[in-house]
Design a protein around this ligand. Sequence first.
Ligand SMILES: *Cc1c(COP(=O)(O)O)cnc(C)c1O
Ligand code: SF4
Length: 344
Amino acid sequence: MSISSLKQLEEHLDLTEDERQWFNTSPRLPLLVSDHVMALMDENDPDDPIRRQFIPDRRENTDDVGDLDPLREEEHSETPRLIHRYHNRAALLTTDRCFSYCRHCFRRRFTSSSSGPISGKQLEEAAAYLGMHGEIREVLLTGGDMFTMSDGQIASMLATLKSTRPDIIYRLCTRAVATFPERFTDKLFETISMYNYGAPYYLMTQFNHPREITEETERIISSFMKLGIPAMNQSVLLKGVNDDVDVLEELSNKLLSARIKPYYLFQGDLVNGTEHLRVHLEDGLELERELRKRLSGLAMPQYTLDLPDGGGKVILTHDHMLGHRDGCWVFESPYGGRRIYPEK
Ligand SMILES: *Cc1c(COP(=O)(O)O)cnc(C)c1O
Ligand code: SF4
């Protein structure tokens, strides 16, 4: 049983005034917290990092003026469910449902919009588009969370996609490894293995805090690995959750130990309802710089901003290239001093 009402929530937490007031606003994204997520919270700490991610706050619906679709995903939608913004890859909105709703969700214009799982017709439309666009090499199966669909729904989706374009690398994008581990049953892995031919799948997880990585995580990732499916993680930089270099360092190292490669650390998008969770870019850059000193290259995620107005993704990092002089590029060494490298 997941938690979805004020009454159920109050059985677990003493709500703060801001949290209680949320119930008097008109929320776009509903409350939904799985038992697994609730059990990860320290119920006595109002500033708990898991609580910040899943328990809504009045500021979501009152303070923020912003945009519901800063990445201009709707403009780039080629079929009702397929977003084609980058030449060689696309994103398929498989369903609007999730096991728990994250308060920082950047796709809240769609998430929990009652669109439901992709219909047979929508799937055919998306597949027809992929069939005609040979330049697309990767497709993100995203949402919402694709694993909220039943095994049967996942089977028919994979059957259609694989029979149309077996050469595409499909990314299985999910937050459920962190929020609803019991979903990853033997039956689900059997379903995936039936359509495990052609190009490989990649599993894309979202862990934002080290405490979300549990023994269950290792079991699930190992099961994907047995099918030859590698795992990568995308985190979101969130105020009061992981805007701390020790937390980010532990998160990356725990991910690597669980066989998950840290891929992106996203700067918060300018989506309305999320302002109170956004970290200033300058502080994010400072965290990135410090993190790079502490982590191995393998453990280091790319700090990334998806530019407003559909500008695309850019990597944010401290630039060590100072310029060029006398036929040489001049660099600042992270360990101090300068070095040169010839232009030609
Ligand atoms: C982020 C994103 C992708 C994937 O980008 P990568 O940098 O390859 O991970 C694809 N399509 C859309 C619409 C995206 O927002
Ligand atoms: S799991 Fe993803 S789509 Fe669902 S609420 Fe969280 S961020 Fe949004």
